[in-house]
Write a protein that binds this ligand. Structure first.
Ligand SMILES: C[S@@+](CC[C@H](N)C(=O)[O-])C[C@H]1O[C@@H](n2cnc3c(N)ncnc32)[C@H](O)[C@@H]1O
Length: 114
């Protein structure tokens, strides 16, 4: 499992926490802009959790979506607590995904790649 984090100190703290929990072989966090980091990651991805700047969701989606496996799931956080309507409209205009908004907590967009 791989995460990304723009702020290097946060990535280092996350990796230290993973090491303390002896999970460093299971998960790691790569420092950098996810939209750039993703190009260097393997794939395909079976699950992507998106929780960055809300007005950048579309750009993140464009960067990682080609690496999502058919049948893969994209979970996008905060879609009701923030204005993510442009992102949600973009998803609904596509014919290669099915998507539904779960209204639990702060809103979670559950998107399936067809
Ligand atoms: C809402 S917090 C995520 C919280 C995390 N999901 C959790 O539950 O603990 C958003 C994080 O995304 C990071 N971030 C914002 N834009 C990013 C980008 N382009 N690439 C990577 N990380 C980014 C921020 O630095 C911040 O730490």
């Amino acid at each position: 499992m791989t995460g990304t984090e723009l702020i290097a100190e946060r990535a280092a703290e996350a990796n230290a926490n993973l090491a303390r929990a002896r999970l460093e072989a299971v998960a790691n966090v790569v420092a950098g802009d996810a939209r750039e980091v993703v190009a260097g990651l393997g794939g395909p991805f079976n699950c992507v959790f998106l929780d960055a700047e809300k007005d950048e969701y579309g750009a993140h989606f464009a960067a990682f979506f080609p690496k999502v496996a058919p049948g893969g799931v994209i979970l996008t956080d905060n879609v009701t607590s923030h204005d993510c309507t442009a992102y949600q409209a973009m998803l609904r205009a596509r014919d290669d995904v099915e998507t539904v908004t779960l209204t639990l907590e702060r809103g979670l967009e559950f998107t399936l790649k067809l």
